[in-house]
Design a protein around this ligand. Structure first.
Ligand code: AMP
Ligand code: MG
Length: 411
């Protein structure tokens, strides 16, 4: 049986990163940039006002204060979106709105609240300003020629704002992997349906879809097959359009566990069985070049196997760097059956500044509640038969990447 590390190595050597594609701004959030972005212009392109007020020659405001206002003649009104067509003369002021370009000759803004405008076409300036006050100079944000975003950057709203502001209607990114899901089992019914005796609701169909979406993928099909070879083959035979296929159930040693054979019939198996607990029957193969994971049917096994094997695979496909690893101190001792690496459902949190890991009490592979309580998986090495309270353990976080409590330092 392969170790978890060997299995993951084999998987990541087999699976390719997706080809970059140009996508529109509206579709970029969460994707990884596949090109460097160099600013083709200054941002802002021209000097403009940071405030509503008056554009002035700063020197004309010398000595201005509420008791000693300086009167300037209003010669223009400049709103955002227009381009001033005349220069500002000495001892004059132009009414100006936030974002409007500065007229030539002006070098500062007096905010409207520091002025009193009369009905004589003049404005009384009540505050002295120095040159540059409340002016956003051209290129203040970004200089033409500057590298603003590097290949490999995860595009958040801020990066999308930058692309839009610099005039990039699209960008080259690694696209969302398209994932097909096939759940198997004669006993499965839809969550909204009547549950006849001996049946269970198909929860994996939805947990897997949610895991796919939360790891940056998109579900391109979701099917259910009965425990019959014909049905399994049919569900697997048309996987066109998928970058990755996930099946659930039917990979164990029961009489009706036909998925491993089904994958072998329409594609091929790279390996099956991994020294992991839960999730031992995991299968990895491919169907006409599309990688496929045969995940075990128990709801917890399916979700854990996804976190350990599928999420890193999707990360690689979409150009993400490998996930960071974290350590924490076990809050209680753990008895362990050596031979397989165990992933215990756990709560990891900061206690007095230290990263603490509490395995939850329920650990059964059918107990979805164990994962509902958990925010991490505690990794118990395969060669240990016991771990002591206070020992450092690796954890696989179940929280979104980048949102770890401060106490959890990547190792
Ligand atoms: P299997 O791996 O097919 O032998 O299934 C193992 C256990 O997981 C059985 O108790 C199944 O009823 C349960 N199971 C299998 N598939 C699902 C599913 N899609 N949703 C919920 N439970 C499932
Ligand atoms: Mg089954």
């Amino acid at each position: 049986m392969r170790s978890v590390d060997d299995a993951l190595d084999r998987i990541l050597q087999t699976v390719r990163r997706l080809e970059p594609r140009a996508l529109r701004l509206a579709d970029l959030c969460g994707l990884v940039l596949a090109e460097n972005i160099v600013a083709a212009e200054d941002l802002p392109p021209v000097a403009n006002s940071a405030m509503d007020g008056y554009a002035v020659v700063a020197a004309d405001t010398n000595g201005a204060a509420p008791g000693t206002p300086r009167a300037l003649k209003i010669t223009d009104t400049i709103s955002a979106g227009c381009s001033p067509d005349r220069a500002l003369m000495a001892r004059c002021a132009a009414r100006i709105m936030t974002g409007a370009p500065l007229p030539e000759g002006a070098d500062a803004i007096v905010r409207v609240e520091h002025t009193v405008s009369g009905d004589d076409g003049a404005v009384a300036i009540q505050q002295a300003v120095s040159a540059g006050r409340d002016v956003r100079p051209a290129g203040e944000d970004v200089r033409c020629g500057e590298m603003v975003l590097k290949r490999g950057t995860v595009l958040r709203p801020a990066e999308i704002a930058m692309l839009a502001a610099l005039g990039c209607p699209s960008a080259s990114v690694f696209p969302h992997p398209r994932v097909g899901i096939v759940t198997t089992g004669n006993e499965l019914v839809d969550p909204g349906a009547h549950v006849p005796p001996g049946h269970v609701r198909d929860s994996n169909r939805y947990s897997l879809a949610a895991q796919v979406v939360s790891s940056g993928g998109r579900v391109c099909f979701s099917r259910r097959a009965s425990d019959e070879m014909g049905a399994i083959e049919e569900a697997l035979s048309d996987s066109s359009g998928a970058d990755l296929i996930l099946t659930s159930g039917g990979v164990s040693v029961g009489d009706f566990d036909l998925v491993t054979d089904g994958i072998a019939r329409v594609g091929r198996i790279h390996f099956s069985k991994v020294a992991i607990r839960p999730g031992k029957p995991l299968v990895f193969g491919e169907i006409r070049g599309t990688p496929i994971f045969g995940l075990p049917g128990n709801p917890v096994s399916s979700m854990v196997a996804f976190e350990v094997f599928v999420r890193p695979t999707l990360d690689q496909m979409r150009g993400m760097p490998p996930p960071p690893r974290f350590m924490g101190r076990l809050a209680k001792s753990v008895e362990h059956k050596a031979g397989r690496r165990s992933y215990l459902r756990a709560r990891a949190f900061a206690e007095n500044g230290a990263a603490v890991v509490h395995p939850v009490s329920a650990q059964g592979t059918g107990q979805i509640s164990s994962l509902v309580q958990a925010n991490a998986l505690a990794v118990i090495p395969e060669d240990r038969d016991r771990m002591e309270s206070g020992e450092l353990v690796e954890i696989v976080p179940l929280w979104p990447r980048g949102s770890e409590p401060e106490a959890f330092q990547a190792v």
